[in-house]
Design a protein. Structure first.
Length: 158
């Protein structure tokens, strides 16, 4: 269940996705939030330079591994504009991060890409739960997913 508090963090992810577009990148943004509600780390996509591992969810996993104790990671929540693809899901699982909340799903992104005649990703868009075990996952958020869809349309019109 996505709460009002969750939506606040998801809206920040949308802002970061907009920043990514402004910088010529794909519209993805993510934040890591502590058990106490403090934003610990945030980032957006940086794949336009050709390194397609520069996803914000992956950056969160790296940052958390270097800055948080295992119990702090397990109690933290990752908020993201789009559901993790397998690379980021795996990083999340290996680092031991807690709950994941996303605004739009991978399945939605695949449909939007088809509608826009965009080449599909070379990586299968598996749901998070098919990649990592025992992680609480909530999403999508219908209202914010539509905002994310519009950002993808805008990014693909460039």
């Amino acid at each position: 269940m996505i709460s009002k508090q969750d939506r606040r963090y998801l809206k920040r992810c949308v802002e970061l996705a907009k920043t990514a577009i402004e910088k010529g990148d794909q519209p993805f943004g993510s934040v890591l939030v502590s058990e106490n509600g403090e934003i610990l780390f945030e980032d957006h996509n940086h794949v336009s330079g050709g390194d397609h591992t520069q996803h914000p969810e992956f950056a969160i996993a790296r940052w958390a591994a270097n800055h948080l104790a295992p119990d702090e990671r397990a109690k933290a929540t990752v908020y993201t504009s789009g559901e993790h693809y397998p690379m980021c899901s795996a990083a999340h699982g290996w680092v031991g991060l807690g709950r994941i909340v996303y605004a739009s799903s991978s399945a939605q992104l695949v449909e939007w890409q088809k509608e826009m005649d965009v080449e599909p990703s070379p990586v299968k868009p598996l749901p998070i739960q098919e990649v990592i075990h025992e992680t609480e996952v909530d999403g999508p958020d219908d209202e914010l997913a539509e905002v994310i869809r519009q950002l993808h349309v805008k990014a693909n019109q460039r």
